[in-house]
Design a protein. Structure first.
Length: 118
């Protein structure tokens, strides 16, 4: 692991260690409303990350910060999720869709890969 990855993991741990797992964050989560699985909820992700489980599941988040607005401790869960994604990318475990978007962005200037015509 690199220093950058270690720092990102430490940032994640600092945030999720403080989580009391009350579930208040789950009430407004748009992903949980669709997927309906605990591991896809903000609390579920916090529990997994607290257990040092960094997997592609962390991409199942829209980063809308609805969870943060309901957190009684004002934890910055989305910051933790972004840093967890960073750990995955640095570990070469990013999702295929993310790789495709980056390739398209570099090629055409947009995430869809469409070249604009004048």
């Amino acid at each position: 692991m690199s220093i950058e990855s270690d720092n990102a993991k430490e940032n994640v741990k600092d945030i999720v260690d403080k989580c009391i797992k009350c579930g208040m964050c789950n009430s407004l989560c748009p992903v949980l409303k669709i997927v309906r699985e605990e591991q896809s909820s903000p609390r579920g992700k916090a529990i997994l990350l607290d257990s040092n489980y960094f997997e592609k599941l962390i991409y199942e988040c829209s980063l809308c910060k609805a969870c943060e607005s309901k957190c009684p401790l004002n934890l910055k869960l989305c910051e933790a999720f972004v840093n967890a994604r960073k750990v995955l990318v640095l570990s070469k475990k990013e999702c295929v869709e993310g790789k495709e978007m980056i390739k398209n962005l570099n090629k055409s200037g947009n995430i869809y890969g469409e070249i604009e015509s004048d």
